[in-house]
Ligand binder design. Structure first.
Ligand code: ZN
Length: 100
């Protein structure tokens, strides 16, 4: 069995409990993902594209607008919920300016 885990710093979600999503092959989209993920896990920045494509991010980091009505992740979605607070509220607090 392959042990797969979310690569976001502080998150230990594994495939057994949540959906995990692969990094996008599209360079621009992957760079957008990296702008969110590297601050949580600086080790990601040294990885090659091939290594990154083997990494996974769990569904907890995607807000509801990143999925269609049937729960499929949209093609150009990105993980914007990084802290426990953001995951609990389902919105990226830094981007919306909501104070807790
Ligand atoms: Zn995660």
């Amino acid at each position: 069995m392959v042990y797969e885990k979310c690569c976001i710093g502080g998150c230990n979600t594994i495939r057994e409990t949540h959906r995990l999503f692969r990094f996008p092959r599209n360079d621009n989209l992957r760079n957008l993902w990296m702008s969110f993920l590297v601050p949580t896990n600086p080790q990601l920045i040294v990885l090659s594209k091939e290594q990154l494509l083997k990494k996974r991010v769990c569904e907890k980091h995607f807000d509801i607008f990143q999925f269609d009505n049937e729960g499929r992740r949209l093609r150009y979605s990105y993980p914007s919920l990084l802290t426990d607070n953001e995951i609990a509220h389902g919105v990226p607090l830094t981007a919306t300016g909501i104070e807790i």
